[in-house]
Design a protein around this ligand. Structure first.
Ligand SMILES: [Zn+2]
Ligand SMILES: [Zn+2]
Length: 336
């Protein structure tokens, strides 16, 4: 309930207890309506995620990538699912959960392929569908891109509600104030710390509430979404954060990342057979490893010490049998 199915469980609860009527699950019209309903709910959720600071703190993770490719689609907040579920609940008053669940997945899957620079324009489809071109604008930090193109599958909601912008000048991706870090814990949680500090530093009760519920660019005396002139100007000389590393460090990171990927796929394959403690141990270790790789990629001095601790911990726990890997050479380490 806590980690996986918050949107489905809340939906089914409303459907079981409060539904007003039941649309037939096997009617094509129910399916068309659900497609529109899920996508409109996504538009509302997505727009509010940009316009309310505390929700932006979760959603900004997806926007922190300064490159734009299919991996950007996978860069997601761990907190966001706790804010998105409520936008779907009105549909639970009349749309069967089975139909909703299918469309929720369709909507999510659709948004994967649009994170690409390979596809330029899609002709007349650009009028109706959210396309790579439209979503590139959404990921831009050029002033003309800010708070535009919130659509999921369809772009019609942006055209109706005035948030549409066509792709024009070359898009520079990422946040207006870049995080400049590869540390996943930092990327996920830093905005919350920023809100916390701003909350206490801002005088007045109403102003404190505004720090949480108005836009991320808001400040006392400013409009709800901040001042457009405060958005940093794009010079065209911006380069993605990418510290130069010695080749051996890159090789080291690739090899160890492969081991962690294997640990992750092994965890997915066997999760139902493992104790909760083992699952949490493995998840914790994967998070620690990714944080350590992040520091390594930033060439931080403490990365070396963290890596030594991480590797010793891995060897110990592997020997005890709590980790398993397809890489058989790991087993040989004990025989050498
Ligand atoms: Zn967004
Ligand atoms: Zn995106």
């Amino acid at each position: 309930v806590l980690f996986r199915s918050v949107d489905l469980i809340s939906y089914i609860y409303i459907w079981n207890n409060y539904r007003l009527f039941e649309l037939p699950w096997d009617s094509p019209w129910t399916w068309y309506l659900t497609l529109l309903g899920v996508d409109f709910a996504y538009y509302c959720f997505h727009r509010i995620s940009h316009e309310v600071n505390i929700l932006w703190a979760a959603h900004q993770v997806h926007h922190s990538s300064e490159d734009y490719n299919l991996f950007t689609a996978l860069r997601q907040s761990v907190l966001q699912k706790y804010t998105s579920w409520m936008f779907n609940l009105p549909m639970a008053l009349f749309i069967p959960p089975s139909v909703f669940a299918v469309h929720l997945q369709f909507n999510l899957l659709y948004q994967f392929w649009i994170h690409t620079e390979v596809i330029t324009k899609l002709g007349p489809l650009e009028w109706i569908l959210n396309t790579p071109s439209h979503h590139r604008v959404h990921h831009g930090r050029n002033p003309y891109c800010i708070d535009k193109n919130y659509g999921g599958t369809l772009i019609i909601w942006d055209r109706i509600f005035g948030t549409f912008e066509a792709e024009d000048a070359k898009v520079v991706y990422g946040l207006t104030h870049p995080v400049n870090s590869f540390d996943p814990i930092m990327l996920q949680l830093r905005p919350l710390a920023h809100i916390w500090n701003t909350f206490w530093a801002t005088p007045g009760f109403c102003n404190k509430l505004s720090v949480i519920f108005k836009g991320p660019g808001w400040g006392p005396g400013k409009p709800r979404l901040g001042l457009p002139e405060e958005i940093p100007v794009i010079t065209g000389k911006e380069v993605p954060f990418n510290p130069v590393l010695p080749a051996y460090l890159n090789c080291y990171a690739v090899v160890h990342f492969a081991v962690i990927m294997d640990l992750y796929t092994e965890l997915l394959a066997t999760v139902t057979t493992l104790s909760q403690g083992t699952v949490l141990l493995r998840i914790g270790f994967i998070i620690l490893s990714l944080a350590s790789f992040g520091l390594l990629m930033e060439n931080k001095s403490k990365a070396g010490i963290l890596e030594i601790i991480r590797c010793l911990f891995f060897i110990g726990v592997y020997k005890l049998g709590y980790f398993r890997s397809q890489f058989s050479f790991l087993g040989y380490a004990y025989e050498v």
